[in-house]
Design a protein around this ligand. Structure first.
Ligand SMILES: [Zn+2]
Length: 237
């Protein structure tokens, strides 16, 4: 009976190990860390989008400023000619005046454009610096969650190692043929196959066992199986 009890302990331990292994796949802090890490990656993506957008805006601004500089120069040149007294031809003067007017319209459009680029850029810079702060805080939190996840993972691993050590200890104490029988039965029944009998009830299917079973169970070297579920019976009381 001692051997069968060991077998039952082995089964219970193996079930606990299986539960622990599933539990290890679902450690809350580890899941939280993964979620947060993805969130941080998304935040970084948004930040680099803003950086690209701002870089493009600054380039556009530099071009517009150059255009403005050129048109300012051209207007100044024309004005110098217009009021310098060197040109006397009325038609030519009129032409130049028209040209100055159209250039001024263009100048005003460029100035408006520069202003709207600046406005947009300021907005983006503000959003980007907010995101920067959010990222910094997020990184800090991520680090904390990571430490917790590592701790929890390590603890779970240690627990699993301990369970495996205990299983190893029991396995070594069970006689080889019986262990073989257990493995076969376990594979056949897909899991629970050793039933601890308490008050003459099968511990697995809960069927009431005939009184004759008790005497048979106690016979040394006899393996008795539940006629209902097929599990190997071990006397628990
Ligand atoms: Zn049964």
């Amino acid at each position: 009976m001692e051997q069968l009890k060991l077998l039952w302990q082995l089964q219970e331990l193996e079930q606990e190990i299986a539960r622990k292994e599933i539990e290890m796949q679902n450690i809350p802090s580890v899941s939280a860390y993964r979620v947060r890490k993805r969130e941080m990656a998304a935040l970084q993506d948004t930040l680099s989008c803003y950086a690209e957008k701002m870089e493009a805006a600054r380039k556009k601004m530099r071009r517009a400023e150059l255009d403005l500089h050129n048109i300012n120069g051209a207007i100044a040149d024309l004005n110098k000619k217009l009021y310098g007294g060197a040109v006397h031809n009325t038609r030519e003067l009129e032409g130049m005046e028209k040209k100055v007017l159209s250039m001024k319209t263009e100048q005003s459009a460029i100035e408006d454009n520069i202003l709207s680029i600046m406005e947009e850029l300021e907005k983006d810079e503000f959003k980007s610096s907010e995101l920067d702060r959010e990222t910094d805080m997020g990184q800090e939190r991520l680090q904390q969650v990571k430490i917790q996840a590592q701790k929890d993972m390590q603890l779970a691993r240690q627990e699993l190692e301990e369970l495996n050590r205990r299983r190893e200890g029991i396995t070594q104490r069970v006689e080889a043929p019986l262990l073989q029988k257990y493995r076969e039965l376990k594979a056949k029944m897909h899991g629970q196959c050793i039933s601890l009998v308490l008050n003459s009830f099968c511990g697995i299917c809960n069927v009431s066992l005939p009184s004759a079973f008790r005497a048979r169970i106690l016979t040394p070297g006899q393996l008795i199986f539940c006629e209902n579920c097929g599990s190997l019976l071990v006397l628990g009381d």
